[in-house]
Design a protein around this ligand. Structure first.
Ligand code: PMP
Length: 366
């Protein structure tokens, strides 16, 4: 039975209906065991099967090379803002790192990294997070331990459609909000991390994909649960992992695989997002997206109504009407206001069409 509500939230976000139904079916007794995944020892053979299956699906869907470890950690994307410098800023003797700051999330990551070493922002400071500075304006430091960027800025709706070139310096990316929404060449990265609660599951687990030669360089002060080498050596079982979240991720990855994998997700996400951006572009300024056309996110679509800054009354009315029609969580992040539609993998074409239809009707009526 189809749910009536369409969730356009930025995360935790919509999960595929079939995943929820399967989790419900298995909730009390997993695989005939008579206990729930919630009650299972993380050191049991049965949980090990779940962990192994989840990892191998991830390896298959992203064609992760053999010289990369896959970790399932806690602490969220924010935990990785600390873990990345704690593990990697000491790779080279200068203990410094290059950061691209194109929105709230990379700004937070850069600020956290400053606690552990020198941080160089590689481009002139942006006065608004609506574009990616041209690579010709970047000053990369060849003795940086790594170059960091956020592949999709969830709050501002700014997404990279290219992989930054670093002249051989280790590349690190926060892919929390566009993970598995499109194919990615993992071999170009030293490390990729992503919280699960947008495209690949529920809150509680953060995936880290890290090249093996980067392990073992953590600063002495690195908390042991965040130490990549310790967690890699223990197969993410140094301490109790978020078992149920890993199980849910496994179900979502299976769903992605059955629906054609990352290439099919990319095609669908392109279709959904260009439909909404087309409506915005054709609205003669009724809808305004502040983001440069070259880097508009396919995942998080921010826009204002009525004017560039947004007419508060109209936006309120838009949200109330959407909510009446069963479309929820469309309010923009509190720091930027306006509207934000998040169209992650589990948001269907029909869901996006319902939003598009509503946007057209709302425009006509105002
Ligand atoms: N990075 C990005 C791109 C995010 O969107 C978020 C959360 N919205 C985070 C990091 C922080 O994740 P968490 O809340 O899991 O710490």
């Amino acid at each position: 039975e189809q749910k009536q509500t369409i969730n356009f939230g930025a995360g935790p976000a919509k999960l595929p209906q079939s995943v929820l139904l399967q989790a419900q079916k298995e909730f009390l007794s997993y695989s005939g065991m008579g206990i729930s995944v919630l009650e299972m020892s993380h050191r049991s053979a049965d949980f090990n099967k779940i962990l192994t299956k989840t990892e191998s699906l991830l390896r298959e869907l992203l064609t992760i090379p053999d010289n990369y470890k896959v970790l399932f950690l806690q602490g969220g994307g924010s935990g990785q803002f600390s873990a990345v410098p704690l593990n990697l800023i000491g790779l080279k003797e200068d203990t410094c790192a290059d950061y691209l700051v194109t929105g709230t999330w990379s700004e937070k990551a850069a600020k956290e990294a400053e606690k552990y070493g020198k941080v160089n922002i590689v481009h002139p400071k942006l006065d608004s997070y609506t574009k990616i500075p041209d690579p010709s304006s970047w000053t990369l430091n060849p003795s940086a331990s790594y170059v960091y960027y956020c592949c999709n800025e969830t709050v501002h709706g700014v997404e990279y459609n290219f992989t930054p070139k670093t002249n051989g310096v280790t590349l690190v990316s926060d892919m929390s909000s566009n993970f598995l929404s499109r194919p990615v060449d993992v071999s170009k990265f030293g490390l990729i991390f992503a919280g699960a609660q947008k495209n690949v599951g529920c809150a509680g687990v953060t995936v880290v994909i890290v090249r093996e030669d980067l392990l073992g360089h953590a600063l002495n002060d690195c908390p042991i649960v965040l130490n990549y080498k310790v967690q890699a050596d223990m197969n993410s079982l140094y301490n109790t992992p978020p078992c149920f979240s890993i199980y849910i991720m496994g179900l979502v990855l299976e769903w992605i695989k059955n629906n054609g994998g990352s290439a099919a997700m990319e095609a669908l996400n392109k279709q959904k997002s260009s439909m909404i951006y087309d409506i915005i572009n054709a609205s003669n300024g009724f809808y305004e997206c502040p983001v440069d056309e070259t880097c508009r996110s396919r995942m998080n679509l921010p826009f204002h109504i009525g004017s560039k800054e947004g007419d508060e009354g109209l936006e309120k009315e838009f949200l109330a009407g959407a909510s009446k029609g069963g479309m929820i969580s469309l309010k923009g992040h509190r720091s930027v206001g306006g509207i934000r539609a998040s169209l992650y993998n589990a948001v269907t074409l029909e869901d996006a069409e319902a939003l598009g239809t509503y946007m057209k009707v709302f425009m006509k009526e105002h």
